[in-house]
Write a protein that binds this ligand. Structure first.
Ligand code: ES4
Ligand code: ZN
Length: 318
């Protein structure tokens, strides 16, 4: 089960295991995306972010009802509890469901019901509404408008999907609106995109955490800023290997980020696709990078520190 930790970078649609894809296809009377679980899993060899996202968006077509979203999230929280997760801030991609005719209420109410039940597993949870950066900003604004009745269930907004060619600067207005609504802000930046996108996320979107951020290492002045301001980075080691940002886990830059004094956390991203949940990511960096027990404890403490929990709850958990 490992050390108690928070998970701050997990896409709920990325926890959709192949078996659940087939169960939901059958339950909803819609075609499964492959002939068998084995055939589907065999497609999980990715050449980069775009090749992964194509499979990720295709598979989520089986998610149709509030019960489906509940069951998806309930399965994640059960796995997370086994992995030592005590708090989770979970991304969801409403535009990828709205475009298929699934309502915001269906998505949020299903996920929120599972989050409430996760309390019995000793897990507190928040939802992060992500905007798809490869769709127009007007579509993001419409998603935020549709989320207004559910703001009490949403802790933050985020920015995800295909990064290259889709800089944060396109989403200034919708992030400003979200912050005015009292939501926190995070964004994927520096996963496949350049350090400049990390700067834009900080300066233009005013994000409080950077998701991934590993390419910041190409820019020493940016690293100094991330250290000075203690901006958390939610790093996802197995994701970076499976999406070919690094060849092997032993070459992952996590130790360099830690040596630079950054507030780094370790997370699973899309665990049904990348070969492991969050404790599996902790185990991979321990064996692949030789991190010590003290390093792992620091990463776990950082995960609570970087969360949007109230300060008194952070100190309780650390
Ligand atoms: C994602 Cl790994 C990753 N990067 C960007 N957007 C995403 N959505 C789901 N997984
Ligand atoms: Zn991600």
């Amino acid at each position: 089960m490992g050390v108690p930790k928070a998970e701050l970078h997990v896409h709920i649609e990325g926890t959709l295991e192949p078996e659940l894809v087939f169960d939901l296809a059958r339950r909803n009377g819609v075609p499964a995306p492959a002939a068998s679980v084995e055939e589907l899993r065999a497609r999980y060899r990715f050449t980069g972010l775009r090749s992964f996202l194509d499979v990720y968006y295709a598979n989520m077509a089986v998610l149709l009802t509030e019960q489906d979203f509940h069951d998806l999230a309930a399965a994640y929280f059960a796995r997370a509890a086994e992995q030592g997760v005590r708090h989770a801030e979970v991304f969801f991609d409403p535009q990828a469901h709205l475009s298929r005719g699934v309502s915001m209420a269906t998505v949020v109410q299903g996920l929120a019901a599972a989050a409430d039940e996760a309390r019995h597993l000793g897990i507190s949870a928040g939802l992060i509404l992500c905007f798809l950066r490869d769709e127009p900003a007007a579509s993001a604004a419409e998603a935020l408008r549709l989320a207004e009745p559910f703001l009490d269930r949403i802790v933050a907004v985020g920015l995800d999907s295909a990064e290259a060619g889709h800089p944060p600067s396109g989403f200034v207005d919708v992030f400003a609106t979200a912050r005015d609504m009292g939501l926190h802000a995070v964004a994927h930046a520096g996963e496949e995109g350049p350090p400049e996108y990390v700067r834009e996320a900080l300066d233009l979107l005013r994000v409080e955490r950077v998701d991934h951020g590993v390419r910041s290492l190409e820019d020493p002045a940016l690293i100094a800023r991330l250290r000075d301001e203690q901006v958390p980075l939610t790093v996802c080691p197995l994701s970076n290997v499976r999406l070919r940002s690094v060849d092997t886990i032993s070459e992952h830059p996590l130790p360099r980020l830690m040596d630079e004094g950054l507030l780094v956390t370790v997370n699973s991203d899309d665990p049904a696709y990348f070969g492991g949940y969050v404790a599996d990511n902790f185990a991979a960096v321990r064996s692949g990078l030789g991190l010590s027990d003290a390093d792992l404890r620091l990463l776990a403490a950082n995960s609570f520190e970087a969360s949007f929990l109230p300060e008194d709850r952070k100190t309780e958990l650390i």
